[in-house]
Design a protein around this ligand. Structure first.
Ligand SMILES: NC(=O)c1ccc[n+]([C@@H]2O[C@H](COP(=O)([O-])OP(=O)(O)OC[C@H]3O[C@@H](n4cnc5c(N)ncnc54)[C@H](O)[C@@H]3O)[C@@H](O)[C@H]2O)c1
Length: 265
């Protein structure tokens, strides 16, 4: 029997139109949540919300825009009631060694991956107080726990999220709001496809010495030698968002196929 951990709860998933975000949206919907699919990808986002039906709506949200966050929370609350869960999932990747990363690219990655999550927490907290508590899941990465040559801006943004998560967990504890981060390894989504599409990728300059991350080769060396399916990360996100994780806050949850162990051979 399917569990129904989110019956009557309002959930916002940023970057919810595709990839891991879409998998999280489906997972929450299967367990009774009302959902806001928040993304800049209008067509994919609307299609997914339509597929779910009346318990879902698509909301245009660029996570870097404070006023769009206000509208997102307002529309969520008007449609479904106060927000209980925020999954800060939207993110972009910009390949490039530090020496060849244009400052504007650096700023944009930090803006989407870190400031976007900060703005989300700010926007959603008053609504979570009205819901008498909640859970915020910040999507970091295994790259937020180590160094990776060739994606410095991304790595820095994912490390930054850990500090934001821990601080928010302390500041919001007395409101009954838990805040945790997840740290996936390589997951099979458009972000890790060889022909990565524009909205997951900021710059891809072939003159840059490290622009092509060979994810397939990296994955072969893992203890679990494959990419994760999005659903394998969704299970962790749903756990943290639910009351099952009632004693976890400010914590980091890794699902990396053993990446942090180092290569097998
Ligand atoms: N795929 C992986 O291997 C992997 C591993 C670890 C962590 N992550 C993280 O997981 C999250 C989801 O990534 P994914 O792999 O599903 O990638 P994806 O590119 O398929 O999905 C990212 C989503 O975020 C949306 N987005 C991008 N910029 C946005 C903005 N400014 N405002 C709102 N939405 C925006 C995109 O439109 C897209 O729907 C990201 O934070 C990513 O960094 C991915």
């Amino acid at each position: 029997m399917t569990m129904r951990r989110f019956e009557g709860r309002t959930v916002i998933v940023t970057g919810g139109a595709r990839g891991m975000g879409a998998s999280h949206v489906r997972g929450f919907a299967d367990e009774g949540a009302s959902l806001v699919v928040a993304d800049v990808l209008e067509d994919e986002g609307r299609r997914l919300a339509d597929e779910i039906g009346e318990r879902a709506l698509y909301q245009h949200l660029d996570v870097t825009e404070e006023d769009q966050w206000a509208a997102t929370v307002e529309n969520a609350e008007r449609a479904f009631g106060p927000v209980s869960v925020l999954v800060n999932n939207a993110g972009v990747l910009a390949p490039g060694v530090i020496e060849h990363t244009p400052p504007d690219t650096w700023r944009r990655v930090l803006d989407v991956n870190l400031t976007g999550q900060f703005l989300g927490i700010r926007a959603v907290v008053p609504s979570m107080r009205r819901a008498e508590g909640g859970s915020i899941v910040n999507v970091s990465s295994v790259t937020g726990l180590k160094g990776v040559a060739g994606i410095g801006a991304y790595v820095a943004s994912k490390w930054g999220l850990r500090g934001l998560t821990r601080t928010a967990a302390l500041e919001l504890s007395r409101d009954g709001i838990r805040v945790n981060s997840v740290h996936p390894g390589s997951v099979r989504t458009p972000m890790t496809e060889p022909d990565r599409s524009e909205s997951s990728l900021l710059a891809d300059d072939d003159s840059n010495p490290v622009t092509r991350l060979d994810i397939s080769r990296m994955v072969e060396q893992l203890a679990i030698p494959r990419k994760a399916e999005p659903e394998e990360i969704t299970r962790q996100v749903l756990f943290l968002a639910s009351d099952e994780a009632s004693f976890s806050t400010g914590a980091e949850f890794v699902a990396d196929g053993g990446d942090l162990l180092g290569p097998v051979a």
